[in-house]
Write a protein that binds this ligand. Structure first.
Ligand code: AMP
Ligand code: MG
Length: 339
């Protein structure tokens, strides 16, 4: 790997790893935090903002400046009504940033505000806690950071604190007593998997095997645990046309891309309903897409068009996402066209 790429990835891995320490701590105290803040959703809000502050601080202090397009801003925590949230967030953040002050904390969160509309040629995009529903249920979530240049993700780190590296039968199971896993990639350099979210854990190059030509082999599809997010009905109708046996593996967040990259699934599809104007957010895909592609998977939108990350905070030029094993991708696109 080129020296600069290695440096960028090291900084990104360390930052994501620190964010994972803090989000893990918050997820282990869901009820206590709800008791302090008197709000059901507050733990995920707090985890989100802690992760964004920690990662923004690392990127802006350790690397040449590059805009950050992230999901959160600090307005919520600046509101005096949310003082309890701010205190809880600072307490969690001290685990990895002992000298944090409210002012510095809010400053770094707001560095993630670089408007998607500005369309810089190179930028970071971050989903500090992707899979908020999984997070509050005590299940899967991911900390997802990607560097994008000229519309393509070129560097990615995905921290998956509750996802073991080994293949699972149920990825949405509770009590995942695991060190989690971390995935990272640079364009043209391959994708790597590590057996913990520790940034010093050695990464192993992921290499894809051909899909079995045996007609009875089941295609494994990773799907959103939230039925409404992936248009489940369309996927089932598509698989009738593809005419292969398949099974669904449900879980929240971009951990789905990690499972795909490892070769433990063959497809991750988001097919929007015909009449839906909704476009996917860039931070929900950039990191996962590069990791899956570098591991050998093919990723396009539902029409087979490359994803274009250059047009703002959403994938406005694309419709849905089809990430799949290259031996199956064309059959999925063909079947979707006939739905
Ligand atoms: P997942 O864990 O796969 O369900 O993905 C979570 C992401 O889905 C969130 O970060 C949202 O940006 C996105 N999302 C929210 N609502 C919808 C929707 N109605 N359709 C598709 N994606 C959605
Ligand atoms: Mg998300």
């Amino acid at each position: 790997m080129k020296h600069t790429t290695t440096t960028y990835l090291e900084v990104a891995r360390t930052a994501v790893s620190q964010a994972c320490i803090v989000t893990r701590y918050v997820q282990s105290r869901l009820d206590q935090i709800r008791a302090i803040t008197k709000e059901d959703k507050s733990p995920v809000t707090i985890a989100d903002l802690c992760a964004q502050a920690i990662i923004a601080k690392a990127l802006f202090e350790k690397l040449p400046p590059m805009p950050l397009i992230a999901e959160e801003d600090a307005d919520y925590l600046r509101d005096p009504k949310h003082r309890a949230h701010l205190e809880a967030a600072l307490e969690a953040t001290r685990l990895v940033w002992p000298e944090v002050t409210a002012e510095r904390f809010l400053h770094f969160i707001d560095l993630g505000r670089s408007a998607g509309d500005a369309r810089p040629a190179a930028f970071w995009t971050l989903d500090p806690v992707d899979g908020t529903k999984g997070f509050v249920r005590g299940r899967q979530y991911a900390v997802a950071l990607a560097g994008v240049t000229l519309g393509k993700p070129v560097m990615a780190v995905l921290g998956c604190p509750n996802l073991p590296l080994a293949e699972q039968t149920d990825y949405d199971a509770a009590n995942l007593n695991t060190k989690g896993s971390m995935y990272f990639a640079a364009a043209g350099e391959g994708a790597f998997a590590a057996a913990s979210t520790d940034p010093t854990a050695p990464g192993e190059l992921m290499t894809l095997q051909p899909f079995s030509t045996e007609p009875t082999t089941e295609v494994r599809l990773v799907r959103s645990a939230e039925a409404a997010h992936g248009a489940g009905g369309s996927i089932d109708r598509m698989m009738v046309r593809v005419d292969k046996p398949y099974k669904n593996l449900k879980l929240d967040s971009q951990c789905k891309y990690a499972i795909l990259a490892r070769g433990h699934a063959e497809g991750y599809l988001r097919i929007p309903p015909q009449d839906s104007p909704r476009k996917e957010c860039i931070w929900d895909h950039a990191a996962g897409v590069l990791i899956a592609e570098e591991a050998g998977m093919k990723v396009t939108d539902c029409k087979g068009i490359d994803l274009d990350f250059s047009v703002g905070s959403r994938l406005d030029k694309n419709r849905g996402v089809v990430a799949a094993h290259p031996d199956l991708h064309a059959s999925f696109i063909e079947a979707i066209a006939k739905l």
